[in-house]
Write a protein that binds this ligand. Structure first.
Ligand SMILES: Nc1ncnc2c1ncn2[C@@H]1O[C@H](COP(=O)(O)OP(=O)(O)OP(=O)(O)O)[C@@H](O)[C@H]1O
Ligand SMILES: [Mg+2]
Length: 218
């Protein structure tokens, strides 16, 4: 669908409703990096470290060795501690990504980070700054985002899709006859890529996300 994966250096928003597999797909993106011997960073604002480790383990991904071998940096930032978190991200993150030599970075989720700001213009400025900072590191970045309840094609803040180089939407369709729910993925935006615009079904399996590229929804 992406003509060979996420373009290097892109900042990509991975958005979807709860439980659609955002965290799983983001972890899988890092697992692929680790398999290629790339250094990776996972910044969690949602689940604590232990929960991320358990999630990964449920797919057979053992992150322990990568963490102790300094190949993977796994960090939990506290949304309740907004001021410190923002200051740390601004002052330490770019330096850290560079010194760690990270080629892949995940922020899970950008929606929680955005919630730290009370007004829209502050939120916009911060997101723009963060995108600039991340872009300057040269790493390929996935920012997960929650969607609006009333419009599942737009992120909760409706901001990240504009600053990002790419947007991937995880969604679901219910078959009215069978009542079965099928998870679907589509690429809404990927700068400099002749990406597919098809809606493809995917499954979350015991070994991660599998996109059924040969099947079509429509
Ligand atoms: N080991 C597993 N095998 C198969 N499916 C799993 C497994 N672990 C989780 N799932 C499925 O994945 C879903 C959760 O995926 P994930 O946590 O990646 O979603 P998310 O979009 O990040 O959710 P949230 O918005 O709550 O953070 C579960 O609800 C379950 O359906
Ligand atoms: Mg999640």
């Amino acid at each position: 669908m992406l003509q060979g994966g996420l373009p290097e250096g892109h900042i990509v928003v991975l958005m979807g409703s709860f439980g659609t597999g955002k965290t799983t797909m983001a972890l899988q993106f890092l697992m692929e990096g680790l398999a290629n011997d790339e250094h990776c960073i996972f910044i969690s604002l949602e689940e604590d470290k232990d929960s991320v480790l358990k999630n990964a383990a449920s797919f057979g991904w053992d992150l322990g060795d990568a963490i102790s071998g300094k190949k993977l940096g796994l960090f939990k930032l506290e949304p309740s501690d907004a001021k410190t978190t923002i200051t740390r991200i601004k002052s330490e993150l770019p330096k850290f990504v560079k010194s760690f030599g990270a080629k892949r970075v995940v922020v899970d989720s950008i929606s929680l980070l955005n919630m730290m700001f009370s007004d829209e213009s502050e939120r916009r400025t911060n997101l723009f700054n963060l995108s600039q900072l991340l872009r300057s590191t040269g790493a390929t970045v996935i920012l997960t985002a929650e969607v609006k309840d009333e419009n599942p094609r737009s992120s909760r803040d409706g901001l990240a899709e504009y600053t990002a180089d790419g947007v991937i939407l995880l969604d679901s369709e219910e078959n009215r006859d069978s009542g079965e729910v099928q998870l679907t993925v589509r690429v809404l935006k990927m700068r400099r890529t002749a990406h597919s615009r098809r809606v493809k079904p995917y499954s979350i399996t015991g070994s991660g996300i599998v996109v059924h590229a040969d099947a079509d929804m429509f």
